[in-house]
Every structure is written in C-alpha cells, then in structure tokens.
Design a protein around this ligand. Structure first.
Ligand code: PGA
Length: 254
C-alpha cells in the first residue's frame, strides 16, 4: 500500500495481561513481526507490565505506549503516573482521552488538552481519541461532536506539536461491540477531522497528521479500512490481545 503517511497500528491492551501474559504476547509479536518495516507498531500494556515489556522489545521494531498519563509532573496525586516515570521504560506514545476514560473517569476535553501538553513537554507522542456515541450519530450530531472534541482536546497545541500528535477516530458504538464502522463511515469521519485540522492549523498539518481508526478492528476488516485514503492506521483493543490476530491485522494492512 502506498500512502503519504506511514501507517501506525497500536494495540490498546486496556486492563488486561499480567506481567507473565504480557511477556508471552510481546515475545510472540516479536517473532511474527520481525521483518515489518512498512508500519509503525505500538503496544500499550497496562502500567504494571511496562518495565518487563520494554526489556522484551529492546532492539525490535515494536514501540511502547502507555494508556494514560497525569497532566502533572510530580507530587501529591495518588494513583497517577507522570511522564518521567513512563520515560524510564522507553515509552514513546501515550493514549489520551480514550472513550472509556471520558466515560468512566469523566475526562474532559480541557483535561485531555492539558495532558497532551504534558506528553509533548516530555517529548512523548500522544494518541488522542475522539468519537461519537450511537445516540449522537443517530441525532445527526457526529460532526458537531467530533469538532468539539478535536478543538477542545487540541486546545493550545502549537503546530510543531500537532505534527507529532496522532489522532484516533473511535466511534463509541464500535468499541468492543463487534460492530465496525463501514469503510465509508470511517473515511467520512477521517476526512472531516482532516479538514478540521486544515482550518485549525494549515494544509501541511492536515496532510501530515496521522489519524487511526479504532472500534472492532480485526484481521478480516483491517485491510479494507486501512485502504481508505484518510485512514492511517488502527487503534486495536480486543484483537490486540492475541499474537495471531494482532500480527494478522498488521500484515494484512501492508
Ligand atoms: P476494540 O477496542 O478493538 O476492542 O473495539 C478499540 C479501542 O477501544 O481502542
């Protein structure tokens, strides 16, 4: 596949995998994916598995991501994890504003924007998630919701940092439900987000920023989704928990 933007496929393991299970998974992926150069491959284990996972993928083509990060650098924030702690384990990416955190932890666009600035200040790259619920889509509010989330979550981000930011369009109704957006629905939302980036920043930014699709991505639909002109990769949940399915998603996308 020939695209101006390199595909980036990330596995969001969510609250799954003990250290031993995480090691099994990354060791398997290492073997399966050793020759893949066409796609940026990222795994995002839970915090507790980052240390061992980072050793296991040393000198490989697999990069490490975290699933969240504090907007603060240090101090009295019980239960939080700071950028400097992630950097100890060679973390490169941080997922921010996943719909599960927006829903269960009540994360707001304003908080996500603060976190994004903290991620960049630490020279890490955020993967910022946006997406509408089924009720919003059915009420014809998809574009409005996406615009609010994109503008709010990227507030205050300078252009240079935007270029180092990855966006993930994840329609909430497609996450963990087995319902994937059709390729046309995904492409429409991605094109809308890209044109919004053009308005907020400029054409060069809009052209260069990578936008992942997320929501029930699996080996059987990855290729078609990735072939859409504005889909630049995937954020994979359930299918990232097994070597076979995650490796097949990546290989079929090349
Ligand atoms: P899913 O999750 O692939 O299990 O739908 C995607 C995500 O939440 O990032």
């Amino acid at each position: 596949m020939n695209k101006e933007r390199k595909l980036i496929i990330a596995g969001n393991w969510k609250m799954n995998k003990t250290v031993a299970e995480a090691l099994d998974l990354v060791r398997g992926l290492k073997i399966e994916l050793t020759n893949v150069k066409e796609v940026d491959i990222v795994v995002c284990p839970p915090f507790t598995a980052l240390a061992e996972a980072s050793k296991a993928i040393l000198d490989t083509n697999i990069r490490l991501g975290a699933q969240n990060m504090s907007e603060h650098n240090v101090g009295a924030y019980t239960g939080e994890i700071a950028a400097v702690m992630l950097k100890e384990f060679s973390v490169r990416f941080v997922i921010l504003g996943h719909s599960e955190r927006r829903q269960y932890q009540k994360e707001s666009d304003a908080l996500i924007a603060k976190k994004a600035l903290a991620v960049h200040a630490a020279a890490l790259k955020p993967i910022i998630c946006v997406g509408e619920t089924l009720a919003e889509r059915e009420a014809g509010q998809m574009q409005q919701v996406l615009e609010t989330q994109v503008r709010g979550s990227l507030a205050g981000l300078p252009k240079e940092q935007m270029l180092e930011t990855i966006l993930a369009y994840e329609p909430v109704w497609a996450i963990g439900t087995g319902k994937t957006a059709t390729t046309a629905q995904a492409q429409e939302a991605h094109a809308f987000i890209r044109s919004l980036l053009g308005k907020m920043f400029d054409d060069a930014v809009a052209r260069r920023v990578r936008i992942q699709y997320g929501g029930s991505v699996k080996p059987s639909n990855a290729k078609e989704l990735m072939s859409q002109p504005d889909v630049d990769g995937a954020l994979v949940g359930g299918a990232a928990l097994e070597v076979r399915s995650f490796a097949d998603i990546i290989k079929s996308s090349i």
